[in-house]
Write a protein that binds this ligand. Structure first.
Ligand code: ADP
Length: 627
């Protein structure tokens, strides 16, 4: 930091530097969006002033008509966005336009690829904002006076977007902010009346404040937008493009939303809501602390951003506005929590979002699979947390199944039921660490042979989710990786005892040999191609959940799995015929180790496994017949 005559030069935070670089590079083909972003900020500033003036009316003194002016000068090649909103103090200016406070930003920026198209999509996850000015400007000057400070405490901020900015105190007669872009030579078009007028019309018709164009031959400022808040207009008068533009204004997202729902509720509690589902998840979706929620208005007066009281945590990706007629204007976050009726609004808005999703899931636009790929895990989280709407959520869940062609979660429970045999009274599922393990799991073999579909659950949250799966359409859920596998009644279905009966002696010997490591050994009715598999007992935690809890440092009581063997498999036949005790022990341990490995479990004692395996390999006699 250096100071020359009250003027400070300061370096941007590293993240800002990276973001600036990235914006200029990746958003160049959409450079005109800078105007949307700056008008958006100006409109927010006007909203905030009106809000602060509720408590302190003197803030509006001198000029109660809030508006946004776009001033251009073709000769000097400049365009400025001027507002008479809340303004910024020196500290605010330095913090807002010199740093990024969002946690996880630097990790996010490291994911950038250098490929402009991909990065543009990623930037959408972040939100565009003020820095987009540098796409078209060689330098930017911001002059601002906060509504509650004196004229001689205004500030000027200046930067060429390279690495530093300067700040100094100035005089400014009016409150509010002027953002002046000194356009690059090749961006002259943004200092031309017609181009600007078209852009403003496109970007700001939904903005609640008048946007005026000033400059060129016209002496009088020209009002360009209709200056009515979009959500107050009737649905039939709003075009899809206007809805999309409004979304971008709200969210600073670069991508279009997937869908939206605009409703007015009349009756006991009157409110209007406009809810959007984004097409791309924000980079901090998994940060449960990140700000979330709707923009709250009371009778068209902005009250707060990120009002999280109107939707449950798992719907944190929803963007939108709620404008309530009968909340007090001085409502605070604390007050909202206690206000009767807010809870009912939350339920109603949650249902709206879920209805929007059901509708999307039911049409064949292809939007729901897109949605699920981005937000499916959060919907599962909702299914676990929001028991009130569990029925609706259950229908929204999508799974990878043995019917799917890849790892994509593309099958609903209805799809499953439609394909299942009439007399199949269970929905079968398998929990696994990842898709590859699930797909080739030995536990699926008998089911596959009988043509029975199995849900392959391989998300982190799945072990929790299955705890809440009761039954669906009269069919109960059944874990194929644990305990007694209950296959549909029919040809050849036999009980565990009957299956064990013929091999009693062999089982007894195996149980004795492996007694330290397994609870018991059974003849498998689920294996076809593999020699063996491990299954969890009914009352045990699923192994995936156990591993997760253990890795988070929780102490879990030790339990042993059950081993199941496929008595028709040549390797198991060979084991049964083994007369030498040492070799029997060696081989049976290897069979168990392989069953554990196939399931994704790490061996407790890998070195011993390797020794046993090596001994076995050395034992192999060169086959004289084959030579
Ligand atoms: P975002 O608007 O997404 O928060 P920006 O980078 O566009 O991000 O702006 C950062 C912050 O700077 C804003 O949140 C706001 O507090 C402040 N700001 C930007 N423009 C203005 C303005 N015209 N008047 C008052 N504050 C502003």
């Amino acid at each position: 930091m250096s100071e020359v005559a009250g003027r400070q030069t300061q370096a941007f935070q590293t993240e800002v530097k990276q973001l600036l670089q990235l914006m200029i590079h990746s958003l160049y083909s959409n450079k005109e969006i800078f105007l949307r972003e700056l008008i958006s900020n100006a409109s927010d500033a006007a909203d905030k002033l009106r809000f602060e003036a509720l408590a302190e009316p003197s803030l509006l003194e001198g000029n109660a008509d809030l508006s946004i002016r776009i001033e251009f000068d073709t000769d000097r090649n400049t365009v400025a966005v001027v507002d008479n909103g809340i303004g910024m103090s020196r500290e605010e200016l330095v913090a807002n336009l010199g740093t990024i406070a969002r946690s996880g930003t630097s990790e996010f920026l490291q994911n950038m690829t250098g490929d402009a198209k991909k990065d543009a999509r990623l930037i959408g996850q972040f939100g565009v904002g003020f820095y987009s000015a540098f796409i078209v400007a060689s330098s930017v000057t911001v002059e601002s006076r906060r509504a509650d400070v004196a004229a001689n405490e205004a500030v000027r901020w200046e930067s060429d977007g390279a690495g530093e900015f300067t700040v100094e105190n100035i005089e400014r007669a009016e409150r509010g902010t002027t953002v002046t872009l000194h356009l690059k030579d090749e961006e002259k078009e943004f200092a031309e009346a017609l181009r600007l007028e078209n852009l403003i019309r496109k970007y700001s018709d939904h903005i609640a404040f008048p946007v005026l164009l000033v400059g060129g031959d016209e002496k009088e400022p020209k009002a360009v937008n209709s200056a009515t808040a979009l959500w107050t207009r009737s649905r039939s008068e709003i075009t899809d493009d206007e809805y999309r533009e409004f979304y971008k204004h709200l969210s600073h997202d670069f991508a279009d939303p997937l869908t939206w729902s605009h409703n007015r509720v009349e009756g006991k509690r009157e409110y209007t809501s406009l809810l959007y589902l984004p097409s791309v998840a924000p980079f901090d979706l998994w940060n449960r602390e990140a700000p979330r929620g709707l923009k709250l208005y009371v009778q068209r007066v902005f009250i707060m951003d990120d009002a999280e009281q109107f939707l449950p945590l798992y719907l944190r990706f929803v963007k939108g506005v709620v404008d309530a007629s009968d909340l007090p204007l001085n409502v605070s976050r604390e007050l909202l929590q206690k206000t009767p009726g807010v809870e009912a609004m939350k339920s109603a808005l949650t249902r709206r979002v879920l209805d929007m999703l059901s509708k999307m899931a039911g049409d064949d636009s292809g939007d729901y699979p897109k949605f699920w790929a981005q937000f499916g895990q959060v919907i599962k989280e909702g299914f676990v947390e929001d028991r009130q709407h569990a029925d609706k959520l259950l229908k929204l869940l999508r799974f990878t199944t043995t019917h799917s062609t890849g790892a994509e979660q593309d099958q609903s429970l209805d799809d499953y039921i439609e394909r299942a045999a009439k007399d199949q009274d269970k929905i079968y599922y398998l929990l696994a660490e990842n898709y590859a393990t699930a797909k080739s799991s030995p536990h699926l073999e008998a089911l596959r042979k009988q043509g029975i579909e199995v849900l392959l659950l391989h998300d982190r949250i799945d072990p929790w989710m299955v705890d809440h799966l009761p039954e669906y359409e009269g069919k109960s859920f059944h874990d194929v990786g644990r305990g007694d596998l209950k296959l549909p009644e029919g040809d050849g279905a036999i009980t565990q005892d009957a299956a064990n009966e013929e091999h009693k002696k062999f089982l007894k010997k195996l149980r004795k040999t492996l007694k330290e490591r397994v609870e018991t050994v059974n003849v498998s009715r689920r294996l076809v191609d593999s020699p063996a598999c491990v299954v969890a007992s009914e009352q045990d935690l699923p192994p995936q959940l156990r591993r997760m809890l253990e890795s988070s440092g929780q102490a879990i009581p030790e339990t042993k799995p059950q081993l199941e063997i496929n008595v028709d498999h040549p390797l198991v036949k060979r084991l049964a015929a083994e007369a030498d005790d040492t070799r029997f022990t060696q081989l049976s341990n290897i069979v168990l180790d392989h069953a554990l490995l196939a399931e994704g479990t790490q061996l407790d004692d890998p070195a011993t496994y390797v020794q046993r395996m090596n001994a076995l390999l050395l034992d192999l006699q060169p086959d004289s017949d084959a030579a």
